[in-house]
Design a protein around this ligand. Structure first.
Ligand code: COA
Length: 362
């Protein structure tokens, strides 16, 4: 049975090699026992006279955990995941957000035991919480910071697509150090493909704790990023609706390539779709399931023999899962979007138009 009052305990994130589940109080002694020396704690943490450094750090692990649970508000929250490999606790991965429903920005922190480092696990556990953030939570940005000499942490961020976002100077013990800030946008995350390698379970019950309704409407920027990612997905198919000069409707599913903001399809030159489009110059395209779709009204910009335009054919074949040049009689129909709409449920009908008269509104 799930945790009705604290459903975050039921969150599960799974990567190819790791399982992440929210820590409970029963895990804290084990977490303190694996805390590596180089895992930094807040310099303002309590210092208890009479405790040696190791024990004091273990106490702070407990206090940090309780503070995060006790101080949780939708406007300021922090998740604490244990990172398990084959059932063994090998690290910690945190994710936090302030004013998240408005700012859509998450920050993260982590450590691994010495024995678990250098095997790609740092990337997997960060990707796990990013999949949660950019997936069900609808984050737009992920930020992170590390000392300039923390090469492993910075390399994890760079490998996942974060880019430099400034440097600040801070007191570091008795000296001064440079903190490197990095930021990952939703667009960069969605095109990285990392999200496909993570399974996220148990988040629906938690949404209200993050200040999100269970069917939170996405804002327009988020919808545009999601729509562009969907259109650029390898192997994605599109429904193409056209009409004949007498008004007979025609609907076909075909492969789609999104090339330089054009929808490109390949059909036989004599097909009904090609004939209808040549005659009317207009089509309506739909990508995605009915509760998460992108709808495009487009005009025919050009008809190109599949062998005649090398770069166009390369772009098409790179995204689509077949090569029309291997058949005969195929043409590319290059369709210019005039209106683009994207919505999921009824609460996203308002604001669904993202492009009008060929211009993006966001
Ligand atoms: C940060 C940490 C979790 C990274 O975990 P990890 O398992 O070593 O990282 P990965 O194996 O996934 O490696 C990720 C990248 O870092 C690189 N890397 C790892 N250790 C490195 C080092 N010491 N110097 C330079 N690059 C390093 C890897 O080559 C890899 O790069 P690539 O994707 O280009 O191949 C781990 O080093 C750690 O626990 N550090 C101490 C705590 C800490 O600093 N946490 C972050 C606080 S901001």
């Amino acid at each position: 049975m799930g945790n009705r009052h604290w459903p975050m305990f039921d969150l599960r994130l799974t990567t190819p090699d790791l399982q992440l589940r929210h820590l409970t109080e029963a895990d804290l002694a084990a977490l303190a026992a694996i805390l590596p020396d180089d895992a930094e704690q807040d310099p303002s943490s309590t210092s208890f006279p009479g405790l040696d450094g190791d024990r004091n750090r273990g106490v702070v692990v407990h206090q940090d955990y309780w503070r995060a649970r006790g101080g949780w508000r939708p406007e300021s929250w922090g998740l604490s995941f244990g990172v398990f490999r084959d059932g063994e606790l090998v690290g910690y991965q945190g994710l936090e957000g302030d004013d998240f429903a408005r700012l859509r920005t998450v920050d993260s922190s982590s450590f691994l035991t010495d024995a678990a480092r250098g095997q790609g696990l740092g990337k997997q556990m960060r990707a796990a919480v990013l999949a949660l953030a950019f997936g069900a939570l609808g984050a737009r940005y992920a930020i992170t910071s590390a000392w300039s000499d923390n090469h492993a942490s910075l390399a994890v961020s760079r490998a996942l697509g974060y880019v430099d976002n400034g440097v600040t100077t801070h007191r570091r013990g008795e000296t001064v150090g440079e903190m490197v800030h990095m930021r990952l946008t939703r667009e960069q995350w969605l095109t990285s493909g990392w999200g496909d390698r993570v399974a996220v379970e148990g988040v629906d019950e938690c949404l209200t704790f993050f200040g999100l309704g269970s069917q939170q409407a996405r804002d327009r920027q988020t919808r545009k990023a999601d729509a562009l990612a969907m259109l650029a997905t390898p192997g994605v198919d599109v429904w193409v609706a056209t009409a004949s000069p007498t008004g007979a409707p025609h609907l076909v599913p075909v492969s789609l390539a999104w090339v330089d903001e054009r929808a490109v399809i390949a059909v036989e030159g004599g097909s009904v779709t090609a004939r209808n489009l040549t005659a009317s110059g207009a089509a309506r395209l739909a990508v995605g399931p009915t509760r998460d779709l992108v709808m495009i009204d487009a005009t025919l910009e050009g008809t190109v023999d599949v062998g005649a335009d090398g770069p166009l054919a390369t772009a098409y074949v790179t995204q689509a899962d077949w090569d029309p040049r291997l058949g005969s009689g195929y043409v590319f129909l290059v369709l210019r979007p005039v209106r683009v709409q994207a919505w999921r449920e009824a609460n996203e009908i308002a604001g669904r138009t993202l492009m009008r008269d060929g211009s993006w509104l966001v």
